[in-house]
Design a protein around this ligand. Structure first.
Ligand code: ATP
Length: 376
């Protein structure tokens, strides 16, 4: 078992240029043994290039990659202690499931008896016992994806690299496979490094996520920290839905930091804010952190203990858009000061969605610890 405190992958100042494009731009990060690590970012941010450099399919223009303490310079893909599962779940169509899963072992010269045993173990892991003789075209997309996974797992790599492993699956199957992949990773203890542009996928599976933007790492954190404490506008906006308001930091009253946002008003904060008085900042406020109520109802809600004991913000406006999504309803509200704000409200009872209609006047409040202050 690898030492969990040791980074199994060390990326040191790695840059990859294709002509003038720096697909990966001076990235340094450590991936710990046994982690489920996700590289997340929009199309073209360089995440696949970084994964392919770990695999050895691309070589860094600059910098160094170490796997298990060993410098990978000059080590070809097949000699690295990693295995890659591709986006298109490449399985051989003419081979049975057992032949597909055992193929790598056969090439490596592993004898029949051990091969059969390891194939059986791998099929157990991915819950496809009894499918040994099936051909890939007799299976669903999710099952074929599991076969592709088993083909890699059977080789017992130290690190499994997965390139958008669930992108070919429909939404429902993808959600199920997200659970299954986390469970599997937990069981086998192999380090997983996955690439995805899907933030739900990243948040639901990862132990840590590196959000990439234009070849650089914008933030590396746990899923909860990424969501609750994004460090810049790019991350706040890319991970989850968010209201972003521009404003100036005001620190004139002691212990009463606020951001003066045109179109919104003064947004009070009760957490430590660094930055000089008057600094240009942004605030990020998640739609679900905002309580929505008919004017006058707010006092009762706050009395019921739903607000922060040491401060809250109030705003008023008019509903200008509504979108019913089953579990929640999303509201677009025009604030009296002019800005649009997005608020989500859980549909706790069957009649919740009937509570508000278009053009209703509404009040909102949110805790003073909900807005995140961003300096960029
Ligand atoms: P996607 O989600 O669309 O796959 P990505 O975040 O994985 O995107 P990369 O595939 O790593 O991004 O590409 C990063 C940048 O490098 C892009 O601008 C891309 O056009 C460029 N690039 C990638 N591979 C090559 C190549 N072989 N030759 C030239 N440019 C490349």
């Amino acid at each position: 078992m690898p030492d969990p405190a040791q980074p199994i992958i060390q990326i040191r100042n790695v840059t990859k240029r294709f002509g003038k494009v720096a697909a990966v731009d001076n990235v340094s990060l450590d991936i710990l043994a046994g982690e489920f690590f996700v590289l997340l970012g929009p199309s073209g941010c360089g995440k696949t290039t970084l994964l392919r450099m770990i695999a050895g399919f691309e070589l860094p223009t600059e910098g160094q990659i170490l796997i298990d303490g060993q410098d990978m310079a000059g080590i070809p893909p097949n000699k690295r202690p990693v295995n890659m599962v591709f986006q298109s779940y490449a399985v051989f169509p003419h081979m049975s499931v057992a032949e597909n899963v055992g193929y790598g072992l056969k090439i490596a010269g592993v004898g029949r008896a051990e091969r059969d045993e390891r194939v059986r173990e791998a099929l157990d892991l991915i819950k496809l016992q009894g499918f040994e003789e099936r051909k890939p075209d007799q299976m669903s997309g999710g099952q074929r994806q599991r076969v592709a996974l088993a083909r890699s797992l059977v080789m017992r790599p130290k690190v499994l690299l997965l390139d958008e492993p669930l992108s070919a699956l429909d939404a429902k199957l993808r959600a199920q496979m997200q659970f299954e992949l986390s469970e599997l990773q937990d069981k086998v203890g192999i380090t997983f490094v996955t690439v995805t542009h899907d933030q739900d996928e990243a948040l639901s599976m990862a132990s840590r996520v590196a959000v990439m933007n234009k070849g650089e790492v914008a933030q590396l954190a746990t899923p909860a920290d990424l969501y609750e404490f994004p460090v810049n506008r790019f991350v706040a906006d890319f991970v989850g839905s968010v209201n972003l308001f521009e404003g100036k930091l005001t620190l004139d009253e002691p212990d009463k930091a606020a951001v003066d946002c045109p179109g919104v008003g003064k947004v009070y904060l009760n957490h430590g804010v660094t930055g000089p008085h008057g600094a240009d900042v942004w605030i990020a406020l998640r739609p679900e952190k905002i309580y929505l109520h008919v004017p006058g109802e707010g006092k009762a809600i706050r009395a019921a203990g739903q607000d922060a004991p040491d401060g809250y913000n109030l705003a008023r406006g008019r509903i200008k858009g509504m979108s019913y999504l089953g579990d929640i309803t999303l509201y677009e509200i025009k604030l009296d000061d002019g800005q649009m704000i997005r608020v989500s409200r859980p549909n706790l009872s069957r009649h919740d969605q009937e509570h508000f209609t278009w053009d209703d006047r509404v009040s909102m409040h949110w805790r003073a610890d909900s807005p995140v202050v961003l300096l960029s």
